[in-house]
Design a protein around this ligand. Structure first.
Ligand SMILES: NC(=O)c1ccc[n+]([C@@H]2O[C@H](COP(=O)([O-])OP(=O)(O)OC[C@H]3O[C@@H](n4cnc5c(N)ncnc54)[C@H](OP(=O)(O)O)[C@@H]3O)[C@@H](O)[C@H]2O)c1
Length: 434
């Protein structure tokens, strides 16, 4: 039985989940994987006296994880970029296996870190969709397939906010405040609600499943701040739910990668993924349609993914296959040989939902449709309710046919300038069928 001695950086939500799962399930893990885990060192900014460190040494100096010769494997669970990146780089350079849950670092530095020995020594299952084994799914379970597309609910905060707005008709700001109170959203929620967190995760999925390289700038990003309860209700009337999605599509023109709100048919699998849950649907040539779903965050849920990496690396170490021993082939950075082109967002084509607040007077509908026809945009469905007595503006809601993004943007600018348009137009894209 090989014992793997762990050094953990950080003592927050995920690190505590790791300690707890090891405490509870180490015997089970030993039985399944043939390796036994022991935490020998924890380094974090502040000690947390109430946490049982299982006999591990504690220090406030992250450096100690690198210098302690007893540490076989490093778990980077501090988040952020500077210290975490330095720790990962130096751990790999010292030929130590490293497990991280840090999506921001992977999205920004994945090419560097996964080159050379990082390919063998670095694992990051927890960086995307928490407990869901999506990294294993892409790089292992579906490795024999050519992927057609991927749709993911990969930010639980956004999914929770839309769910509450839909269920209770509560306004966005109020739901966000409640999400912060419940710990589902950060004090600074912008990473989540502006789509950045989802873009980091999609960058990782894009690299693993489609392009072979990490390129955050290839992902179009839009958040959820502009969506109102009215939009959720109108979408329902049209048979859709609004979700914040990460979308990757393999098209004839190349690969599209985007993160934005999308109208999803009410009976689609992803439409019924609720609360802080995550789900990723993948379409591939051999396996067909596969759906991965589960908790996208939380201490033990994320720790489950961290420990899956620890056990996989531990089993490799135990098998004596040379992990940790540098070889010439370690130094190469291999990407997909036929790396596909990336499609610019302005060339992406999709149907659109438009909510156009107009003044309440006759002839406005005709003016709107006239403006759209100047761009050859056809309308698939429309809703225009009577204005109530206390309303000065009335919403015209339209679903367009597929339109190229660049054309849609130009049409929106034109519409917004019409005198009859009383406030900002809300535009949401309709999700393509997977
Ligand atoms: N929480 C989740 O559900 C979840 C899910 C998926 C992925 N992740 C990822 O997992 C990582 C950890 O997240 P978390 O939620 O556990 O974070 P957290 O609760 O904020 O914990 C971070 C821990 O690291 C320590 N720390 C931060 N910066 C440090 C530094 N420069 N030097 C030393 N210690 C430092 C903190 O110490 P102090 O408390 O003393 O500041 C704290 O103990 C992040 O990369 C996150 O994106 C988290």
């Amino acid at each position: 039985m090989t014992e793997i001695k762990l050094g953990i950086a950080g003592l927050g939500t995920v690190a505590q989940g790791v300690l707890e799962l090891i405490r509870r399930n180490n015997a089970l893990m030993r039985q399944r994987s043939g390796v036994s885990l022991r935490v020998v060192r924890v380094a974090s900014r502040r000690a947390k006296p109430e946490i049982d460190l299982q006999g591990a040494h504690f220090s406030t100096d992250i450096e100690d994880l690198l210098t302690d010769p007893n540490v076989d494997m490093i778990l980077e669970l501090i988040g952020g970029d500077t210290t975490a990146l330095d720790l990962i780089r130096r751990g790999l350079a010292a030929n130590k296996p490293v497990v991280t849950a840090n999506k921001a670092i992977l999205a920004a530095h994945g090419n560097e870190l996964m080159a050379g020995r990082g390919r063998q020594l670095l694992r990051f299952e927890a960086a995307v969709a928490g407990a869901i084994p999506i990294i294993q799914g892409l790089s292992g379970g579906l490795a024999a397939n050519r992927l057609g597309g991927l749709f993911g609910i990969i930010n639980g905060t956004c999914n929770y906010i839309f769910g509450e707005m839909e269920a209770n008709g509560t306004a966005f700001d109020e739901v966000l405040a409640e999400a912060q109170r419940l710990g589902y959203a950060e004090a600074d929620p912008s990473f989540d609600i502006d789509g950045i967190d989802a873009a980091h995760k999609l960058t990782i999925l894009l690299a693993l499943g489609f392009t072979g390289s990490f390129d955050l700038s290839a992902v179009f990003v839009e958040g959820i701040r502009h969506v109102t309860v009215a939009d959720i209700r109108f979408a329902q009337e049209l048979g859709f739910k609004i979700k914040h999605l990460g979308i990757i599509q393999n098209t004839d023109a190349g690969v599209e990668a985007r993160v934005h709100c999308a109208l999803v048919p009410g009976d689609a699998l992803l439409a019924n993924v609720n609360g802080v849950m995550n789900a990723v649907q993948i379409n591939s040539d051999g396996a067909g349609e596969t759906l991965f779903s589960g908790p996208g965050a939380g201490g033990e849920a994320t720790a489950s993914a961290v420990l899956s990496d620890v056990l996989a690396l531990g089993a490799l170490m135990a098998s004596g296959n040379g992990i940790g021993v540098p070889s010439e082939s370690d130094q190469s950075s291999e990407r997909l040989s036929d790396q596909p082109a990336l499609v610019s967002m302005s060339d992406v084509s999709c149907a659109n939902y438009l909510r156009i607040p107009t003044v309440d007077q006759p002839g406005v509908f005709a003016q709107v449709t006239q403006a759209l026809s100047e761009f050859s945009i056809s309308i698939d469905a429309a809703i225009q309710h009577e204005a109530s007595s206390n309303q000065s503006a009335v919403d015209i809601v339209l679903l367009t046919d597929d339109v190229v993004e660049g054309t849609m943007n130009a049409a929106l600018e034109r519409l917004q300038r019409l005198d009859i348009v009383a406030a900002d137009i809300v535009r949401l894209r309709v999700a393509p069928t997977l």
